[in-house]
Design a protein around this ligand. Structure first.
Ligand SMILES: [Zn+2]
Length: 452
């Protein structure tokens, strides 16, 4: 599973409760995560997103943070009421504040001219900051759901100057002052400053939060197949033509998560400034051009595989406005590790074993079932470093319903020196084993033949 912030937070809480009976304060949790103190706002937003699913928390009550154990989640989580997906929490507000902040930072339009008739009508969306383009397209989607027409840039900025409570889609937040506005007299308000996502990876955080929401929805509604199709799509089609994407959106399996899926894929023209975008022959994601003019994949691992397997052909895609893609962050954290998950699943399936990918909405990467009824739970990690800290930061818990739980490393990660560190690490893992993928395949073949 590759939603790093969620995992980091849950793991930090898990560690915290091993030595404390009361929950941490935001500052303590920030410190436990190794995050700088000024990321408390971001942490708070994450806890709000996780609330009800992974944590219990009363933001106004000191030390009220509690961890919800996974087995309790599906039984205790109430269903969310029907409302457009993006107003359920604070994401829309954070995106709008960031969009306006970026606009003020980069626009040459005098601040006082922002509201009113003027040159804005002629500004091309392609020239706007990424956050603003994303905010506009998010509003477009919400309005489309309600059968309304999209906003112009001027209308969007006008909207940012009126109270949040009067927006056409109102963020449903506890304790939100109905008079709060984002933009006042051409400047960002203090209220909005709190919500601005300052770091450059905010698109990744945005998409990661959508990923988290898909996880929540699929867990609540037990949409195992929808989740599996969705994960597989992010791995196998990180970039695709708009026409193909539109056909996917109407598939019944994607219906419950259609809006999140729509938000996960962004126009390639928003992501890629290249004149002739092209795709990596291994992973199918957008390549980048080096100053030397050479095109390479954003993944170093892909570059190594391409070189070894002599995969040289680059597929150019023509007009980027006709294509959609996930963000580079999702490519890195979902697509690339996912290639290993799919390849291991395929090799085990080819042996005649029954393989379930991301069972119980991502409890593990794979369940492997043998004809005898025995089951293994496997998690695949394409880490670049393996040590005590990595395994305690991203722990894999022993499955109560599997005869073996193992962390599997692709064979090309020889630099992890698994053979050396295994005997040191395994005794601390509560029975969880560490294997190369070739070892797992050999053991599975032996077990299937009844030799092990
Ligand atoms: Zn690649």
């Amino acid at each position: 599973m590759s939603v790093p912030h969620r995992k980091d937070i849950l793991d930090a809480l898990d560690r915290w409760f091993q030595s404390h009976s009361e929950g941490p304060t935001l500052a303590e949790l920030c410190a436990a995560l190794g995050w700088p103190a000024d990321r408390r706002g971001s942490l708070q937003r994450w806890l709000t997103a996780l609330k009800g699913q992974d944590v219990e928390w009363e933001p106004r009550k000191r030390r009220s943070l509690r961890l919800v154990k996974p087995c309790q989640v599906s039984e205790t989580t109430p269903k969310h009421e029907e409302m457009p997906w993006l107003v359920r929490d604070e994401r829309l507000l954070a995106l709008c504040a960031t969009a306006v902040y970026d606009w003020l930072e980069t626009s040459s339009t005098p601040r006082t001219d922002i509201v009113g008739n003027g040159p804005l009508a002629t500004v091309s969306r392609a020239r706007l900051p990424l956050s603003l383009r994303l905010a506009l397209s998010t509003f477009d989607l919400a309005l489309m759901v309600e059968g309304k027409r999209p906003l112009t840039l001027e209308e969007f900025l006008n909207l940012m100057s009126i109270p949040v409570s009067q927006w056409p889609v109102v963020p449903q937040l506890e304790n939100l002052d109905p008079e709060s506005v984002i933009l006042e007299s051409g400047s960002l308000t203090e209220f909005a400053e709190y919500w601005v996502l300052h770091h450059k990876g905010f698109l990744h955080e945005w998409q990661e939060s959508i990923m988290l929401q898909v996880l929540e929805t699929c867990r609540e509604q037990r949409l195992y197949d929808a989740y599996r199709s969705y994960r597989q799509l992010l791995i196998e089609k990180p970039v695709m033509p708009v026409a193909v994407f539109q056909q996917l959106l109407v598939k019944p399996e994607f219906y419950p998560i259609k809006k999140q899926l729509r938000a996960m894929y962004v126009d390639v023209s928003l992501l890629d400034g290249e004149d002739e975008p092209g795709l990596c022959p291994r992973c199918g994601y957008l390549q980048k051009r080096l100053p030397s003019g050479l095109w390479i994949c954003r993944s170093r691992e892909c570059e190594q595989v391409c070189e070894q397997q002599k995969l040289l052909r680059r597929q150019t895609i023509g007009d980027p406005a006709e294509w959609v893609a996930i963000s580079p962050g999702m490519h890195r954290y979902v697509t690339i590790p996912g290639l290993h998950e799919l390849s291991l699943a395929q090799a085990l399936t080819d042996m005649g074993l029954r393989v379930e990918l991301w069972p119980e909405v991502d409890r593990y990467d794979l369940y492997v079932s043998f004809p005898s009824g025995e089951r293994w739970a496997l998690d695949v990690k394409n880490w670049d470093y393996l040590g005590r800290t990595t395994l305690s930061r991203w722990p894999v818990h022993r499955s109560p319903i599997a005869s073996m739980t193992a962390v599997v490393f692709p064979d090309d990660r020889r630099h992890l020196h698994l053979d050396k560190v295994r005997s040191l690490l395994e005794p601390q893992l509560d029975g969880v084993r560490l294997y190369w993928s070739s070892e797992i395949l050999r053991l599975a073949a032996e077990r299937r033949m009844g030799h092990a």
